[in-house]
Design a protein around this ligand. Structure first.
Ligand SMILES: Cc1cc2nc3c(=O)[nH]c(=O)nc-3n(C[C@H](O)[C@H](O)[C@H](O)COP(=O)(O)O)c2cc1C
Ligand code: SF4
Length: 443
């Protein structure tokens, strides 16, 4: 194994000035990280040694769910073995998720901008570990990193060919079953029956993995699982990229060891730029948390969850206290409603109704009946969709109404305390209505 770098700047190593190194060229990448070792593939009934290394690392996926990566690998291998093992059509597929569908996230783009080869190494490692003959990297259509990935791929002579694919830039197109659906059939809508590890791209067992997770795999292959777990929280070892935005003095993407106090993350962003009304954690499918509760937490799935939040795709957004949080809830809920794939009733019809009621609540003419209707509708959309999109949106609204209950009460009394316009949370392409037909706009 190569000599591991010291410190927590693992995915985004920094130079003498403290700025992240530009490792876009293969030569610079290999000079910094050393060569990628050969990876032992699986034999029938025996996963290769890399799987043990990933288990030792305790790596959990960084795409939102923090699912143990080794467990997913075992599930894909078992699924492949159960299907007339290793016959050509049943060999696994690796699908790297670089879609970054959460508009408040920029960690995957920053990672690819600085270290695209580390992600591509991780794809090679996973493909070899699974015995997968084909691999894809999905970057959403129109993304600024398409050129970088194209150039990086052109520099390499990989044993397993990686194909760059560009599904449409829709929020649910990056959900793993939707991504596998698009890769095989050209339609980026979620599918309900089997999970991708069972039947993914063209019916083949598919490992969908976030690009940050894959970059960690590129490091674990070089330096080992024990090195990986030498930093971070015991429950979710390693480092994590965090997209910090909103009312902080230096917003951006930073790499921290998991378990770092959230207050320290804010300090690394040079503190707050003003008063903060509350925090959005995990993105638009995440949860709002009161500032004091979040600042007392540590950056791990368990600690953020105990504070009422969701670590998700590593998003922390401090809402400026001068903005109207109710207007922000309404604006983002409307956008999320427009992102429905239009396949399931509770999502297709429920989310726009909730957004309509929030629009009413966002005005100083709000009435208690508007709030009652929202509270009655929220449970009706949960656990009833083909994917977690309505659940995430409902959690965004429910936690927001709770954290900002004082401002909601102001609205019900005809006041709004905002002194600047709402609208700081980013949205990529404003959409006012859900798609009229399932599948439309998802090709
Ligand atoms: C609506 C929705 C959107 C998602 N968007 C993304 C995304 O943009 N990028 C991503 O890596 N995972 C996204 N996920 C999670 C993926 O479905 C999947 O769990 C993940 O890519 C697996 O990678 P990991 O195990 O490395 O975390 C999304 C999930 C849902 C329900
Ligand atoms: S819940 Fe919504 S986004 Fe998910 S599959 Fe159904 S319609 Fe599509």
């Amino acid at each position: 194994m190569s000599t591991p770098p010291a410190g927590i700047a693992r995915l985004l190593p920094v130079g003498p000035t403290g700025a992240a190194l530009d490792l876009r060229s293969l030569a610079d990448h290999e000079r910094h990280f050393g060569p990628l070792p050969a990876i032992e593939g699986p034999r029938i009934g025996h996963p290769g040694s890399m799987v043990h290394e990933i288990e030792r690392a305790g790596l959990r996926g960084r795409g939102g769910g923090w699912f143990p990566t080794a467990r997913k690998i075992h599930a894909v291998l078992e699924s492949a073995a159960g299907r007339r093992a290793w016959s050509a059509g049943r060999k696994p597929v690796v699908l790297a998720n670089a879609m970054e569908g959460e508009p408040a996230s920029s960690k995957d783009a920053i990672l690819l901008r600085h270290s695209p080869h580390l992600v591509l190494d991780g794809i090679q490692v996973l493909a070899a570990t699974l015995g997968a003959p084909s691999a894809f990297i999905a970057v959403h259509r129109g993304s600024s990193v398409i050129d970088i990935v194209t150039r990086a791929l052109a520099e390499r002579r990989d044993p397993i060919v990686i194909e760059l694919i560009t599904p449409p830039a829709r929020y649910v197109a990056s959900e793993e079953s939707a991504l596998a659906h698009w890769t095989g059939d050209g339609i980026a809508t979620p599918v309900f029956l089997d999970r991708p590890f069972q039947r993914g791209v063209n019916g083949r067992p598919t490992a969908v993995q976030n690009v940050e997770t894959l970059a960690h795999l590129g490091l674990i292959a070089r330096y080992g699982g024990e090195w990986f777990a030498s930093e971070g929280a015991t429950s979710a070892p390693g480092t994590s990229l965090v997209s910090v935005g909103g009312a902080v003095s230096s917003p951006g993407v930073i790499e921290v060891a998991t378990g770092t106090p959230v207050a320290e993350i804010i300090d690394r962003c040079n503190g707050f730029s003003g008063d903060v009304a509350g925090f959005l954690t995990g993105g638009y499918g995440g949860a709002w948390v009161a500032t004091d509760a979040l600042l007392a937490a540590e950056w791990s799935p368990e600690s953020v969850s105990a504070a009422g939040g969701v670590i998700g795709a590593g998003i922390l957004w401090a809402l400026d206290a001068r903005e109207c949080p109710v207007q922000e809830l309404a604006r983002i809920a409307r956008w999320m409603a427009g992102e429905s794939a239009g396949q399931c009733g509770p999502c297709r019809f429920g989310l726009p109704s909730i957004a309509d009621d929030l629009d009413l609540l966002a005005t100083p003419a709000a009435q208690a009946a508007d709030l009652h209707r929202i509270n009655a509708r929220l449970p009706l959309v949960q656990q009833r969709g083909g994917c977690k999109h309505p659940d995430g949106t409902a959690r965004f609204v429910t936690t927001g109404l709770h954290v900002f209950q004082d401002e909601v009460a102001h609205h019900l009394h005809g006041h709004c305390s905002a002194s600047i316009g709402a609208g700081s949370l980013p949205i990529e392409h404003p959409r006012r209505t859900p798609v009229p037909l399932p599948g439309r706009d998802f090709r």
